[in-house]
Design a protein around this ligand. Structure first.
Ligand code: UTP
Length: 289
């Protein structure tokens, strides 16, 4: 089974990130030197996913533009003799085939995935949420692609979250049949803390089979009036057609300010030129000083 397509929904309004996201998509907010969505696309490319399908809205053209040439800027960098920056800018334009589809009304993540149906056609495909970052030894989505290919089934990425945070996620109920891989029996979206079947939370990485589109087509609006991807996953689980993989690595939800800022520091600390000055500044800011 070959998997080359990745759907990246970026059509949400990012209300948690307002006012920064009034006119800038939250996926374009920078984390250190790159916009959030570039890290997501790089993870896809490292996994061998070559066709990137953005599900966007009318204000998000800037995301496609980021993955295209900018000849005026390239000319300028050429004239100014900045070949390294020029290469970096061009590499972004050349990293993937970009396909865009519109989600005309923001009816939820499940609906956003359904908008990609005509482009995905009848193939297994990956879904990566455009503001969820995963870093580790292996690219996050690679960990799911490997299992999906071996088991020929849909796979979701999960991480263990503290009990008091289960009500923010889709939570799985399943059994771990080999270390790190679960057979999913059911999925529940944002359960009350006392009702959650486990602490294994679905994060923004999926490999799905095309049958999910038929389920999404029939899903009624669920929690928050949105067409939830979780409801379609629940149907796959009921048919014993869904696995979950415990993801290895560090995750950042860029829609959450504390995590967004931590991700910036995480990357900046890896830059040797910045590190010492940054640490000195941070120490100075600490209230105990
Ligand atoms: P979120 O729930 O984090 O996105 O959806 P949001 O609605 O933009 O943000 P908040 O909660 O109001 O701050 C996860 C991903 O799904 C996309 C978003 O762009 C985000 O990348 N999404 C969400 C869509 O593409 N369409 C939708 O209708 C909803």
């Amino acid at each position: 089974m070959d998997i080359t397509k990745v759907v990246i929904p970026v059509a949400g309004w990012g209300t948690r990130s307002l006012p920064a996201t009034k006119n800038i998509p939250k996926e374009m907010l920078p984390i250190y030197k790159k916009p959030v969505v570039q890290y997501v696309v790089e993870e896809a490319i490292q996994t061998g996913l070559t066709d990137v399908i953005f599900v966007n809205n009318q204000n998000k053209k800037i995301i496609e533009d980021h993955f295209d040439y900018n000849f005026i800027l390239e000319n300028l960098l050429e004239r100014k003799g900045k070949p390294e920056l020029l290469k970096e800018i061009r590499d972004v334009a050349e990293m993937a085939n970009i396909i865009s589809v519109r989600q005309k009304l923001q009816l939820g993540l499940g609906h956003a995935v359904l908008c990609a149906r005509e482009v995905v056609k009848n193939e297994p495909f990956a879904v990566m949420v455009g503001d969820d970052l995963m870093f580790g030894v292996d690219p996050g989505i690679q960990q799911l692609v490997d299992v999906a290919k071996a088991e020929r089934m849909a796979v979701v990425g999960v991480v263990e979250v503290p009990q008091e945070k289960v009500d923010r996620y889709g939570i799985i109920n399943g059994e771990e049949y080999v270390p790190g891989i679960f057979r999913v029996r059911s999925v529940v979206e944002k359960p009350a803390v006392e009702d959650a079947p486990s602490r294994m939370a679905i994060v923004g990485r999926y490999v799905l089979t095309p049958e999910v589109f038929d389920h999404l087509d029939k899903v009624e609006p669920g929690v928050g009036g949105e067409i939830q991807l979780t409801d379609a996953l629940e149907r796959l689980a009921a048919e014993n057609r869904l696995l979950a993989v415990r993801m290895r690595g560090r995750r950042f939800d860029a829609g959450d300010w504390a995590e967004y800022l931590t991700a910036n520091i995480y990357f900046a600390l890896q830059d040797e030129e910045l590190r010492d000055g940054l640490v000195a500044n941070l120490l100075e800011l600490l209230p105990c000083k």
